[in-house]
Design a binder for this molecule. Structure first.
Ligand code: PEP
Ligand code: MN
Length: 358
């Protein structure tokens, strides 16, 4: 994928930021789909999304109602005039969605991480004039994301956009998926003509975060938002905590501050992205420190039960020597690392001594 690749406009208008794509995580019933769509339409949303086949982490959850939903979405299209978007993960999904006249297909984060699956989808799309959005892969791998876009481009698809929905983390953070804004920013730097959407729903995982994440995306110059909205969010069969009503979405859209993305603002946006990355890294550092201190506490209890002394000098010396070597290999200043480790170690010892006093 090169910066000079020629893309065509997406099927819907992207000129005024933000372009909003919204709809329920999953199509659950004809009534739920129609009611959500009517209310979104009244809120000014032009593109309706709904999951028809839901990829679930574990079996047994709501896996979508399947092909029947495509008829409901076709009705949304007929009766409201909105464009319709569905997620596809297999060639069979592609065939069914095209046959039902869907305007936009999107490739989900689990699928975009799998080159075989993306290639099969691209092959099934060869020769079609359709809009395809590609979510970032669940793992923070920009090349894999670009690779998925490239497979579609090589299959002749020219109406392509990307959706940033954050990245999976083993550890819990405040967000469901860590934003790592630097990755979509780098994607934009490399492919400036590619429309870029932000999915604040899957990023944050909670409805309270939708507004602030949407604002951040606008500040970073994203073209659009890809938001989960449901007529009755608390009753949603999947992702209920992160869905909002069409009316709340409308309020959020009305409150967004949209700044121009001219030269200076774009330059500032780049800085914002790096600052976002620093903030995310600091979140990780704090989470790691909290976990480290929790383990130190466990060690303290263990030592107390087994009548071991708190400070074991030999172990501390070994640890410092090993880390000194490692910091050099990682291009970090050894003295700096030693200072940090000393403070952390002192705090661990302090915690363990307090246990001794209890
Ligand atoms: C979705 O948009 O409903 C979805 C499954 O998202 P993701 O692929 O980003 O997890
Ligand atoms: Mn969802």
């Amino acid at each position: 994928m090169r910066s000079d690749m020629e893309l065509l406009p997406l099927i819907f208008e992207c000129a005024h930021r933000p372009t909003v794509i919204a709809g329920p995580c999953g199509a659950e019933s004809e009534e739920q789909v129609m009611e959500t769509a009517r209310r979104l339409c009244a809120a000014g949303v032009k593109v309706f999304r709904a999951g028809v086949w839901k990829p679930r982490t574990k079996p047994g959850g709501f896996e979508g109602r399947g092909d029947i939903c495509l008829e409901w979405l076709a009705r949304v299209r007929r009766e409201t005039g909105m464009y319709t978007a569905v997620e596809v993960a297999t060639p069979r999904h592609v065939v069914a969605a095209l046959r039902a006249g869907m305007d936009i297909l999107w490739i989900g984060a689990r699928t975009s991480a799998d080159p075989f699956a993306v290639q099969e989808i691209a092959d099934a799309l060869r020769g079609e004039d359709i809009t395809v959005l590609v979510k970032n892969p669940v793992n923070p791998d920009l090349e894999l994301w670009i690779g998925a876009l490239q497979r579609l481009y090589n299959a002749g698809i020219r109406r392509i956009g990307a959706v940033h929905r954050g990245f999976s983390e083993y550890r819990r953070t405040q967000y469901r998926n860590t934003p790592l804004w630097g990755i979509p920013i780098e994607l934009h730097r490399r492919l400036p003509q590619l429309p870029l959407f932000c999915d604040p729903s899957h990023l944050g995982g909670r409805r309270e975060f939708v507004s602030s994440l949407s604002q951040q995306a606008m500040d970073l110059g994203f073209d659009g938002l890809f938001v989960e909205a449901h007529c009755s969010p608390d009753d949603a069969l999947s992702d209920s905590r992160q869905q909002i009503t069409p009316e709340v979405l409308s309020d959020i859209m009305g409150s967004l501050v949209i700044r121009d993305t001219d030269g200076t603002v774009a330059a500032e946006a780049g800085l914002e992205g790096m600052r976002g990355e620093i903030d995310a890294l600091d979140d990780e550092l704090l989470a790691l420190l909290a976990r480290r201190m929790a383990v130190a506490r466990d060690i303290g209890h263990y030592k107390r039960e087994h009548a071991l002394s708190v400070l074991q000098a030999q172990r501390y010396d070994d640890m410092l020597r090993r880390r000194e070597l490692q910091s050099e290999q990682m291009g970090l200043d050894a003295e700096f690392v030693k200072n940090i480790l000393r403070i952390i170690h002192e705090q661990s010892v302090q915690i363990q001594m307090t246990i001794g006093e209890l």
